[in-house]
Design a protein around this ligand. Sequence first.
Ligand SMILES: Nc1ncnc2c1ncn2[C@@H]1O[C@H](COP(=O)(O)OP(=O)(O)OP(=O)(O)O)[C@@H](O)[C@H]1O
Ligand SMILES: [Mg+2]
Length: 435
Amino acid sequence: MNSNTIDSLREALKHSPDNVPLRLLLAENLLALNELQEAEDEFTTLLRYTNELKARIGLAKVFFRKGNFSACNVILEEIVEQGTQDVEILTLHAKALLNENAVSRAVEVYQMALEINPGLSDEELDSQLRITSIYEEEKSSEALDGRFLQKPDVTFADVGGMEAVKKEIELKIIKPLLHADLYKAYGKKVGGGILLYGPPGCGKTFIAKATAGEVNAKFINVSLNDILDMWIGGSERNLHEIFELARHNTPCVLFIDEIDALGASRSDMKQSSGRHLINQFLQELDGIDNNNDGVLILGATNTPWNLDPAFRRPGRFDRIVFVHPPDDASREAILRLKLSNKPIGNIDYAQVAKRIENFSGADIDAIIDIAIELKLESSFADGIPKPIETKDLLEAVKRHKPSTQEWFTTAKNYAMFANASGLYDDILTYLKIKK
Ligand SMILES: Nc1ncnc2c1ncn2[C@@H]1O[C@H](COP(=O)(O)OP(=O)(O)OP(=O)(O)O)[C@@H](O)[C@H]1O
Ligand SMILES: [Mg+2]
C-alpha cells in the first residue's frame, strides 16, 4: 500500500466512477495511510449512492480518528442497533462513547462485545470501565476530574423563566459560596442541599448545569445511574468516592442527577442491598466521618415519593423544590431563547406560548425542531432558508403532544393521598386543587 497504489486506483476510477468495490478499496487504502480528509471524501461519495456497510464503518473510523466522536457514534449506533456481531465495531463504539462521557452506554456496548468474545481484552476499555476505585484513579490521573468535574458554559441567562427555582438556588447555593467568610464569622457551616423534583423535561438538569455557570466553585456532575453501575464497581463505594472528590475540591457544588435510580434500586434489587445504598447516601450527606463543609448538594428526581423521608432532614436535602412546567411568561421566554439564533420572521410569541400550555422545555425544543423540518422541506427547492413564522410553530404544535401529563396523573395521587407532611402542596397549588 503506497501512494502509487492510490494513484492507480484513482486512475481506474476515472474510467468507472460508479464502481463501488473499487472506490471502497481506494477509500480504505486512504484510511490505512491516515489520509483522513481524502478518505472521508471517498466514503462520503460512496454513501451518496450505496448504503454499503463497509463504507459506513470506514466513515465511522475516519470520524473516530478525527476526534469527531459524536458523528462516529451516530453511525455506529445504527450498525449496533441492526445487531452487528462484529467485536471490532462494538469496541470502537464503546471507545467513542467513552470519549463522549457516555460511560454507562460504553459499558453496555463493551459488554456486548465481551459476550460475543469472552476472551476479549481491550486495554483502554478495561482500565477505564472496570475501575475498581474511582478515587484511586483520580489520584493517578486527571481523567476522573475531567469526567465529573465540569464547568458547563450555560448560565441562568440561558434558562427561560423558572424564577422561583433560580431564587432558591441563589439563596441556598450561590449566596453561601459568595459569602463564605460571613458564614464562618457566625460559625455557620456552608452545606446542605436542594432537591429538585418535577415532570420530565422541565429543566431540572438544565438549571442545575446553569448553576455551575453562576458559581465560582467547582462543580461535580454525576448521574446516580452512573454510580449504580454494578459492573463498574460497588455502588456504595462509588458513591463514597464521589463525595470524597467533592470534599477534596471545596468549595464545590455536587449535582447528583436522576436520584430516581434509588427508588428503582429498592424494588429491583434485594431489599437489603437497596437499603444499604440508601444508608450510605444518608451517611455521605451527613458527612459523619468526613467534613462536608463547603460541599453543597443539588439533587434531581422525577419520583420524590420514592425517596426515603430521612433524606429531607436538616443538613441533607433541606429544600425540596417543585420544578413545574413553564408558565405563560416562561414559555414565551424559552421560545425567544431557543429561536434567537435561528432564521425567523415575524413571530407572535405570546400567541404561540398560549397554545402550548403543559408543554415542557423539552417539548418546546421538539416543536421548534418540527417547525424547522417543515421549513427545510420548503427550502429545498431553491436552497434559500425561509424564515420560521408563527404559523409554522402553530403547525408544529399540532403535531406534538405535551409529555408532562402522565407524570401529573401519578403525582396527583401522591399529593392527594400521601401528603401528610404537606410536601406536595406545591403540586396541589399548581393543579389548583384545594387541600
Ligand atoms: N427553562 C428552560 N429554559 C430553556 N430551556 C429549557 C428550560 N427547561 C427545559 N429546557 C430544555 O429542555 C431540555 C430538557 O430539560 P432537562 O433535561 O433539564 O429536563 P429534566 O427536568 O432534567 O427532565 P428529566 O426529569 O427527564 O431528567 C433541556 O436540555 C433544555 O434544552
Ligand atoms: Mg434530568
